[in-house]
Design a protein around this ligand. Sequence first.
Ligand code: HEC
Ligand code: HEC
Ligand code: HEC
Ligand code: HEC
Ligand code: HEC
Ligand code: HEC
Ligand code: HEC
Ligand code: HEC
Ligand code: HEC
Ligand code: HEC
Ligand code: HEC
Ligand code: HEC
Length: 302
Amino acid sequence: MRRPASTATGRRYPASLIAGLVGLATWLTLYGCAPGPGETTRDGTGPAIYTRVPPPPSREQCMRCHPTIAHLLRTNGGRHARVDCRQCHLQFHTFEPGRTRREDILPRCTRCHDHPHGPVLTRCTSCHQEAHTPLDIPAGRALANGCYVCHPKIDKEIKTFTTQHTRLYCTACHHTRHGYKPRCTQCHQPHRGTPPMAGPIRSDRAALDQCTNCHNPHKALKVRFPADTANTTCGLCHRNAYTQLRASGTKHAAFRCVKCHPGQHKTIRRCTQCHGEPHPPRLTENYRTCGKCHGVAHSIVR
Ligand code: HEC
Ligand code: HEC
Ligand code: HEC
Ligand code: HEC
Ligand code: HEC
Ligand code: HEC
Ligand code: HEC
Ligand code: HEC
Ligand code: HEC
Ligand code: HEC
Ligand code: HEC
Ligand code: HEC
């Protein structure tokens, strides 16, 4: 059986590549450095066309032959998108494997930037791996070793408030690119369903999904509660205290938990911080705590 002629087109190449190669071939034929057989050189002895130093390609021409780089600069080049190719590439198309070193012809960052991060972070391209998208910095060893230089407060914080997170590299969590922030649930189950919390107080369960309302990842166990935390939120984990207080029928029952347990989790305000010394010393001197007569705080005896 014969194929229809229209499909017998063989392999396809991207038009840009073909255009690029044709363009380069033309350019090299007209102006190339290496003289072909029978041609004269640029030393002025040959025909005039060969003595003229060719104008360098325009930015548009560079971009047409290097579409990938043009795309990077256009979409994510930041302020490098405004720098002309040739301001950076003083030399190009001169690379000869074995004769030149790549790093000798490729631009150096420090020609334009004077060590912006100080004396420690000097191997620019170990972090800025793609010069045409300089702020798109993949997570890697060099970046991981640099976090503490630029984020000293967080580095100190995570070491001061030791938790299991202290053992982790910053990049264990910030693991894709610089600036990436993970969700806690990539590594943790939400509180819902874990034993002490399973129970009937469901109304505010959604409050437990907002991990960072309560936890700072860099001091994960230093939980702080805002003054408007609902009692039902505490009740998700402290069912006894919640139900006992509600059932007590005292004036305390109308309180928010955080009135007596303000700010930092596990803080306990003492009775006397609000009541002062309500009784004459004679009455209380033989009792070590108020609770000896008034019972538990969540269900005081009047
Ligand atoms: C801000 C400076 C800067 C600008 C602007 C810039 N480049 Fe680059 N370019 C570099 C650096 C630095 C490298 C080397 C990256 C590396 O070490 O791998 C590079 C690498 C390249 C390479 C790859 C070389 C290789 O063999 O890997 C090409 C091709 C290139 N640039 C083309 C262009 C073109 C075309 C433009 C303009 C549209 C441009 N560049 C704009 C700095 C720049
Ligand atoms: C006519 C097409 C064409 C034009 C125009 C062109 N290039 Fe190239 N360029 C190539 C090809 C083909 C290569 C070799 C293959 C590759 O590395 O992509 C190359 C390689 C490079 C390299 C790699 C290392 C080297 O120097 O040999 C750099 C850097 C580069 N070009 C920069 C530029 C810049 C900057 C411009 C504009 C001023 C430019 N090119 C214009 C086709 C072109
Ligand atoms: C030819 C000069 C030149 C070279 C070489 C150069 N840059 Fe730049 N770079 C600039 C200019 C100009 C800006 C814009 C600065 C401004 O607007 O204040 C810039 C901005 C940047 C920015 C900030 C980008 C943004 O969008 O805010 C980064 C990051 C950067 N450069 C990194 C590098 C790195 C890494 C290298 C080496 C791979 C490099 N640069 C090489 C000229 C250069
Ligand atoms: C350890 C990784 C690392 C090294 C090494 C590094 N950088 Fe950066 N650089 C960064 C990060 C991260 C940013 C911040 C990006 C942001 O603001 O989102 C940055 C920002 C920049 C900026 C833009 C903001 C500013 O401070 O002006 C420039 C320019 C820059 N780097 C240039 C350089 C140059 C030049 C070198 C080499 C001398 C270098 N960087 C070495 C990680 C690094
Ligand atoms: C060269 C300095 C530098 C290095 C190295 C560096 N950072 Fe940054 N980082 C910055 C700057 C500057 C900003 C603020 C940029 C902004 O506001 O967009 C920033 C912002 C961030 C942000 C917040 C982004 C946001 O949207 O709020 C995270 C997360 C971050 N860095 C994590 C890291 C981690 C993790 C490391 C090490 C793996 C690291 N950084 C290394 C300079 C650096
Ligand atoms: C990349 C994974 C990862 C991410 C993301 C992560 N954690 Fe963890 N976290 C761990 C590991 C590992 C432990 C050690 C205990 C374990 O294996 O569960 C831990 C332990 C904890 C602990 C107990 C600490 C201790 O010392 O007992 C808390 C609290 C915690 N994480 C909260 C969070 C919160 C809140 C977030 C989001 C802001 C978060 N974690 C994000 C990996 C992660
Ligand atoms: C257990 C996971 C984890 C580890 C380890 C971790 N981070 Fe974070 N980090 C996060 C999460 C989650 C956020 C987002 C917090 C938010 O959204 O409020 C964050 C936010 C940040 C921010 C943005 C500013 C801020 O405070 O919200 C910076 C900067 C940062 N981390 C740097 C670091 C550095 C530096 C290290 C290592 C010393 C580190 N982180 C270690 C999980 C982690
Ligand atoms: C309403 C506040 C609050 C919210 C929201 C919250 N937590 Fe917690 N979390 C706590 C408290 C309080 C503890 C107990 C701390 C202690 O033991 O000192 C805790 C303990 C933890 C622990 C360590 C003990 C354990 O159960 O393994 C992890 C891990 C944890 N939370 C992860 C998360 C994650 C993930 C989220 C979001 C899905 C989250 N938390 C949301 C308050 C909260
Ligand atoms: C995510 C679960 C969780 C939430 C939400 C939670 N706690 Fe806790 N709480 C704990 C755990 C776990 C302990 C430690 C129990 C232990 O050590 O036996 C604890 C302990 C306490 C303690 C006892 C301190 C001590 O020294 O015995 C108090 C008081 C307390 N919480 C108050 C609150 C208040 C008030 C709220 C709401 C604002 C709240 N908790 C929200 C899990 C939680
Ligand atoms: C009138 C002040 C007051 C209020 C309101 C209050 N507490 Fe307490 N709570 C205390 C005191 C004081 C203690 C210390 C133990 C004691 O003296 O009985 C305590 C102890 C605790 C403990 C640890 C011992 C235990 O009983 O498990 C938890 C958990 C607790 N409270 C949670 C809560 C929660 C949740 C609420 C809100 C539903 C709440 N508290 C409301 C004063 C109060
Ligand atoms: C955050 C402040 C605060 C704390 C802590 C506190 N109380 Fe009270 N208590 C009050 C207020 C306000 C009232 C109501 C007074 C009124 O309406 O006259 C009250 C009322 C009472 C009453 C009268 C109850 C009633 O229903 O008539 C007793 C008894 C009492 N408190 C004992 C205690 C004891 C014992 C403690 C320690 C376990 C304690 N309080 C801790 C603020 C507090
Ligand atoms: C020896 C037992 C005893 C001790 C100890 C004790 N109380 Fe009382 N308290 C009572 C009695 C009995 C009453 C009710 C009689 C009254 O109204 O004077 C009372 C009433 C109160 C009232 C309510 C007063 C009113 O106006 O309704 C408050 C508030 C109170 N006590 C707080 C405290 C505090 C705070 C402590 C610890 C510093 C404490 N008590 C220790 C026995 C005690």
